[in-house]
Design a protein around this ligand. Structure first.
Ligand SMILES: *Cc1c(COP(=O)(O)O)cnc(C)c1O
Length: 348
């Protein structure tokens, strides 16, 4: 089979949710936006619901509609983008909970779905989503009177525990939420690790569930094995791939492997990342193509094992974060880039 195999360990996912839940005294939700960070919301969300998650978060209303179909009635589904024009029908029918980000969204919500659940998103300094202090001051009595299900904000620098932005945002959030008689939420994965001051009533982990930093004690969730299509021998001076960017300096053996940038192996991995044959690192050489990468397997001792039939790019010897670091990006981008051509295998 020429398609690569992406293995997703749902038991590890659930173990990560439980571990993050055990770090706080409050409720723990789950963020499953972007197809559960690329791992497949069809399997990820029901596994989390089965483990006890009752509060789910997605970015957009279409994701929320799909999630409602997967989960059925019951769990709360929050939409970070809030109540956008044209979404009232879907929000009402599927009983979604928009996070209201502005006065405009609040008016739209009250006019179209006066009895519909909603949350409030406050901007405590990130300047991305949510109401700023002045806007909130004007709206808060009306909004609180409508009974929000949640009042939340989001941290900009929580992956840097000593960053002064963290206590600053904590203070701003506390001031904005003073006297609010609704559950409060500030922490995503990194915020959970900042400690109890940041936990409030509900946390919203995403990346930690999927095995990514900064939750360094996470169980790995993803493994990715790439099939080798062919292997060839090169003389010194021969080149590999588009643009002739890699030149053999010695007699070399090059494996052509079935996955490329269309599968999320971003071009920055060329000449920078490694695959693994067992525990042996084998470097990518030359440019990443759309459907293929080329790997230097010269140093493998194949006397006993024969040529490799597969090379691993995510697995026991290389985590999502190690691959991200080698290529100058973050684990979030590696995961959400994982392409649609993989054969996905879920372990319960
Ligand atoms: C994506 C997101 C989260 C989850 O963040 P992680 O760092 O993946 O845990 C939580 N809250 C908001 C508002 C988000 O956009």
């Amino acid at each position: 089979m020429s398609s690569a195999a992406l293995s997703i360990d749902l038991a590890a996912l659930v173990a990560n949710w439980r571990a993050l839940d055990a770090m706080t005294a409050c409720e723990t939700g789950a963020v499953v936006k972007a197809d559960a960070y690329g791992l497949g919301i069809e399997r990820v969300a029901p596994a989390l619901a089965h483990a006890g998650v009752r509060q789910f978060f997605v970015a957009q209303v279409n994701e929320a509609v799909n999630l409602r179909k997967l989960l059925g009635k019951g769990p709360q589904i929050y939409v970070f983008a809030g109540h956008m024009p044209g979404d009232s029908g879907l929000i009402g029918v599927h009983e979604l909970t928009p996070m209201i980000n502005s006065v405009d969204q609040m008016l739209r919500h009250v006019e179209s779905l006066p009895d519909g659940a909603f949350g409030i998103q406050l901007d405590s300094g990130m300047n991305r989503l949510g109401m700023e202090p002045a806007e909130w001051a004007a709206l808060r009595d009306i909004a609180i009177g409508q009974g929000p299900s949640l009042v939340m904000s989001h941290l900009a620098c929580s992956d840097e525990p000593d960053h002064p932005m963290n206590p600053h945002q904590l203070n701003v959030f506390k001031q904005m939420a003073a006297d609010v008689n609704a559950p409060l939420s500030l922490a995503a994965t990194a915020g959970i690790l900042l400690g109890p001051d940041y936990h409030f009533d509900l946390t919203r982990p995403g990346i930690g569930l999927y095995g990514g930093a900064p939750f360094n004690d996470a169980d790995p969730v993803v493994a990715l094995e790439l099939p080798v299509i062919q292997i060839r021998d090169l003389e010194p001076g021969e080149t590999v791939g588009y643009g002739n960017t890699w030149v053999a300096q010695r007699p070399s053996r090059i494996a052509t492997v079935s996955a490329g940038y269309a599968d999320g192996l971003i071009r920055a991995m060329g000449d920078a990342a490694f695959t693994y044959a067992g525990d042996m690192p084998c470097p990518l050489v030359g440019r990443v193509s759309m459907d293929l990468i080329t790997v230097d397997v010269t140093d493998l001792d194949t006397d006993l094992t024969g040529d490799p039939t597969h090379l691993s790019i995510l697995g026991p010897y290389q985590s999502v974060d190690a691959l991200a670091q080698a290529t100058g990006t973050i684990g979030y981008e590696i995961l959400t880039s994982l392409g649609g051509r993989y054969t996905r295998m879920y372990r319960e």
